[in-house]
Write a protein that binds this ligand. Structure first.
Ligand SMILES: Nc1nc2c(c(=O)[nH]1)N[C@H]1C(S)=C(S)[C@@H](COP(=O)(O)O)O[C@H]1N2
Ligand SMILES: [Mo]
Length: 319
């Protein structure tokens, strides 16, 4: 993500440079972190490699998956946007190693315009749902993309349980707001907490996933542990991490990014190569791990499943 004020020093016109800068910075931070806290680092980081053995057993392979080759576990877990842990790509992996605090139970509130509101411990919340593996493309508004094997279940299943009423036109999602666990909250780069929203039909679309893992394992802190959203036809910032509240509302929620830059980040934020960001093109993307850029596809390639939700809408106006 990029916002105008304050400058964050990330220029999309030089994404390759940016990735190079990231690698250097990560190397620097990593050696600093290893020197400081070697014993606390997960083994995979200390070794600097490779995909862990899956701990989730019997995952159903979802037919909604893309066949494209996966972004490496290493990249998925070290090149992140999670401003609660810092605004550069390397920080979340290094700052969220102890997140979330296992001593504090993770509670999720489901409320607003629904007949079955509730407050759940994370384990109770996910218990009723069978987990599947879904391989989705994630396209960041900054111009890079990844292919990630998520573990999760359709948000629609959870919504059906909550039984939204006829006033529920939108769903609002909120991230944890705990400065003790999230050092980035002490800087006012965004109007915290991080908030996102979907129209109720978007939330019910079978592609919209509640994720509790990736690469066959529980989510790591940097990827939004323990529970996050994944909306593959929208820019990455809609896929809100570390959710503590899901609220059914009548009016369109104002997301943290809409507040930060209303001319740059709209509510819908569907991946659209024809509608540029005011400060850069959205026509191409660089898949992390590849050198040459590729063409960005309308709705990130998921048009068949989602385009009908937007018929008759001017997607320049509703960006
Ligand atoms: N709470 C919260 N959720 C967030 C973000 C964030 O800064 N805070 N960044 C978003 C952005 S811009 C992207 S591209 C994706 C990145 O997800 P990943 O790091 O798991 O690939 O998370 C999204 N969810
Ligand atoms: Mo993003």
């Amino acid at each position: 993500m990029l916002i105008k004020k304050p400058r964050l020093g990330e220029l999309p016109a030089s994404e390759i440079t940016e990735y190079g800068v990231y690698l250097n910075r990560r190397q620097f931070l990593n050696s600093a972190a290893i020197a400081a806290t070697a014993s606390m680092l997960p083994l995979s980081f200390a070794r600097g490699d490779s995909t862990p053995e899956p701990t989730y057993k019997e995952l159903v392979k979802s037919a909604y998956s893309t066949e494209e080759s996966l972004t490496t576990f290493e990249s998925v877990t070290t090149y992140n946007n999670f401003y609660e842990f810092g605004t550069d790509k390397a920080s979340p992996a290094l700052m969220a190693t102890e997140f979330p605090d296992k001593a504090k139970p993770w509670r999720v509130t489901i409320d607003g315009e629904c007949d079955k509101p509730g407050e759940y411990d994370y384990d109770d919340l996910i218990k009723p749902f069978s987990l599947e593996e879904r391989i989705y493309r994630l396209r960041c508004v900054e111009g890079w993309s990844m292919v990630i094997p998520w573990v999760g279940f359709p948000l629609a299943d959870l919504i059906k349980k909550a039984q939204p009423n006829s006033r529920a036109k939108f769903v609002e999602f909120t991230t944890l707001n705990d400065p003790e666990q999230m050092p980035g909250l002490n800087r006012n780069v965004l109007d915290w907490p991080y908030v996102e929203g979907l129209r109720i039909d978007e939330a019910m679309n079978p592609l919209t996933l509640i994720s509790v893992g990736l690469y066959g394992n529980e989510l790591l802190g940097q990827n939004g542990a323990p529970i996050r959203l994944v909306v593959p036809w929208k820019y990455g910032f809609k896929s809100i991490k570390s959710i503590v509240r899901i609220r059914f509302v009548e009016n369109m929620p104002r997301s943290a990014w809409m507040k930060a830059g209303p001319n740059e980040y709209g509510f819908y934020s569907n991946v659209n190569p024809d509608v540029d960001h005011p400060r850069w093109s959205q026509g191409r993307e660089r898949r992390i791990g590849e050198f040459l850029k590729r063409k960005t596809e309308m709705f990130n390639g998921y048009g068949e499943q989602v385009a009908q939700m937007y018929t008759g809408m001017d997607l320049r106006k509703y960006f």
